[in-house]
Design a protein around this ligand. Structure first.
Ligand SMILES: *Cc1c(COP(=O)(O)O)cnc(C)c1O
Length: 362
């Protein structure tokens, strides 16, 4: 976003940058929604006004992901963290087994919740590499009810490139930090969930895509609000949805469609990541810590060979309007998030700064 003072380059990991036009449209709707004289914040969720927002948001997801009729689109409360427990609650019986891959912080949280509902086996782990890679060999029991993966590990900076589509059991994915960033065979997933605040909107809403054929198989009694079937039946309007967050997600989805859809954004994301990583690899002062083939195109994690220089570089970034670059507290170093709405120009500005800094220090 441009401010009066200077260009800000927002590399935040989440909540994160959104398209400028989404900010403009959303702020306009807070004052006057679609020339109704009403704010989006004061309209009833059961009005035709909001119904059309929800309908458009759901159908944009279907269209952008090319989903078939078995896949239902829901916008729910509670963030991805709620899905860590809602998935096993809806899919896994107490005496059954679910397979999980352990790729770091977010997977560990998902595994912890699944264990509350049934048995968990670790089908693959990158713990031995301190989560700097993605497991290549999976071992999944044929009796597993599903396989869970985190397609992009936001904190470790790893991303699945070769997806386990043919794992032989239903596939569940936490896509919070790379949803709609690349072309995938979205129909091969039985559940996809993602908090909106990284790649598709504001905080406060969660996208859940469910293949209805995997539901209705658990013996336990499900609380009404946690049963996906009730949300499907009510058209994602079982209770008051997070109206404004759904609206911002709809605007962001519309922006993505107008841009050309997922194939177009994938090309743009590849260009940003390629520029970033080729710069990183060309400057010995910096060091990528993730296995090259598993590097995330959304979150680049790296350090400096001389940690004493890190603060100086961070200060320089701040001075140049580049924010959100400090690494996660559990990893240290730096993390540069390059989500869909981040402009290529921002990566140019950052890589120029890295080159200048390396020259000065080299
Ligand atoms: C941010 C994040 C979450 C947590 O999302 P909340 O909306 O805060 O619950 C879960 N998984 C991944 C991969 C994330 O990046």
């Amino acid at each position: 976003m441009k401010t009066a003072a200077a260009m800000i380059h927002n590399f935040n990991a989440g909540p994160s940058v959104l398209p400028k036009e989404v900010f403009e449209q959303a702020s306009g709707a807070v004052i006057d929604f679609n020339n109704t004289g009403l704010s989006i914040l004061e309209i009833g969720h059961r009005t035709p006004l909001f119904q059309s927002v929800m309908d458009e948001a759901r159908s944009l997801v279907k269209e952008l992901m090319n989903l078939d009729d078995d896949h239902e689109v829901l916008f729910l409360h509670g963030g991805a963290t709620t899905q860590f427990m809602q998935v096993p609650m809806n899919l896994l019986n107490e005496n059954e087994l679910a397979a999980y891959t352990d790729t770091g912080t977010w997977a560990i949280k998902a595994i912890k919740e699944a264990k509350l509902f049934g048995h968990v086996e670790i089908a693959g782990s990158s713990k031995e590499t301190n989560y700097t890679s993605i497991p290549k060999e999976l071992s999944i029991s044929p009796t597993a009810v599903y396989l869970h993966i985190t397609t992009n590990e936001t904190i470790a900076g790893t991303q699945w490139k070769d997806l386990p589509y043919n794992c032989g059991v239903p596939l569940v994915a936490d896509m919070s930090s790379d949803i709609l960033s690349r072309v995938l065979d979205y129909n091969k997933f039985d559940i996809i969930y993602a908090g909106a605040q990284k790649n598709m909107g504001a905080a406060g809403v969660n996208l859940v895509v469910v293949n209805k054929n995997v539901l209705g198989k658990v013996a336990r009694v499900l609380p009404t609000i946690l049963d996906y079937r009730n949300h499907i039946k009510e058209g994602s309007m079982l209770n008051t949805p997070p109206v404004f967050a759904v609206y911002v997600a709809m605007l962001t989805l519309r922006w993505l469609k107008n841009l050309g859809g997922v194939a177009t954004i994938e090309k743009l994301n590849n260009a940003k990541a390629e520029l970033f990583y080729s710069t990183l690899d060309s400057l010995p002062i910096f060091k990528g810590i993730v296995a090259k083939e598993d590097r995330s195109y959304m979150n680049a994690v790296f350090v400096m060979n001389d940690p004493a220089l890190e603060k100086e570089f961070l200060d320089l970034c701040k001075q140049e309007g580049m924010i959100g670059i400090k690494g996660h507290r559990s990893v240290g170093g730096f993390r540069v998030s390059m989500y869909n709405a981040l402009q290529y120009e921002s990566v140019v500005a950052l890589t120029d700064l890295m080159k200048g800094f390396a020259k000065k220090k080299g």
